[in-house]
Write a protein that binds this ligand. Sequence first.
Ligand SMILES: *Cc1c(COP(=O)(O)O)cnc(C)c1O
Length: 234
Amino acid sequence: MSNDFIINNLNKVNQTIRDSAIACGRDPKDITLIAVSKTKPVSLIQRAYDAGIRDFGENRVQELKEKMPALPGDIRWHMIGHLQRNKVKDVVGKVFLIHSVDSLELAREISRISVKKEVITHILLEVNPAGEINKTGIKSTDGIISLIKEVASLPALIIKGLMTVPPIEEREDVLQGYFKALKDLSLEVKAKNIENVHMEVLSMGMTGDYPIAIREGSTHVRVGTGIFGEREVY
Ligand SMILES: *Cc1c(COP(=O)(O)O)cnc(C)c1O
């Protein structure tokens, strides 16, 4: 055992990812671990980087802007939190993937800024398969296919897949149902062969539930507490 808790935690999480993948016949290499570093200092992020992690997730633009210049340039930053339209200019061209696109208006702004900056922005649509229980995300019943078509037709955007944050403290079978619903939706969308829609990424699973998400087809798990320890609530 190393005396660095980050390394120990990363070993545990990576082992759980491997075990969960193999248990359901998946290749562990098809699952990317995103270390969610929100509220955590640059020094801890650097330690996770030194241990081999290259994908980091943040949920606040201001925090992302402060941390990014203090850390290695080859980090793939994932914007996973709610994004306000007036902050889009601060992330476009800087982050690897925006997970939390939850409205046509937001997608339009990302498109507009991407065109202006002459970049292509990769996004996920945040879907809420739990319907009314969960506040964030596009409700999967709200004519989501036509919304996806509309977003995909915007210039300088590529839809790489779907993301979800299920309600907290749910029973395992209920959670599994949400993850399965997201996977089913991604297959349905994929079958429509919409231009600029790839459906390669299913961003689902956090510290409390990533083994379940992997069983249901997650390709990107977003783990914070399991790597960096508990956060001060804010
Ligand atoms: C904070 C956060 C996570 C990580 O949560 P943990 O339970 O600490 O693993 C994952 N996804 C999103 C969108 C988050 O905001």
